[in-house]
Design a protein. Structure first.
Length: 59
């Protein structure tokens, strides 16, 4: 099972990268998507929306 924690960077199944802002019981998350503060969007995602967790320091 995929483990996602607050502050992880993940790849969503639609191909976007997201930064996890808040995690609720490893099922529901609040995440920021976008390339910079100018275009960030805060979205809700579920564990089913996440393809993988990127290793720390991968950016």
């Amino acid at each position: 099972m995929l483990k996602v924690k607050q502050y992880d960077t993940v790849v969503l199944k639609d191909g976007r990268e997201a930064a996890i802002v808040e995690a609720f019981e490893n099922k529901v998350f609040i995440a920021d998507v976008g390339s910079s503060p100018k275009d960030w969007e805060t979205i809700d995602v579920t564990i089913d929306d996440i393809e993988k967790v990127l290793p720390t320091g991968s950016k």
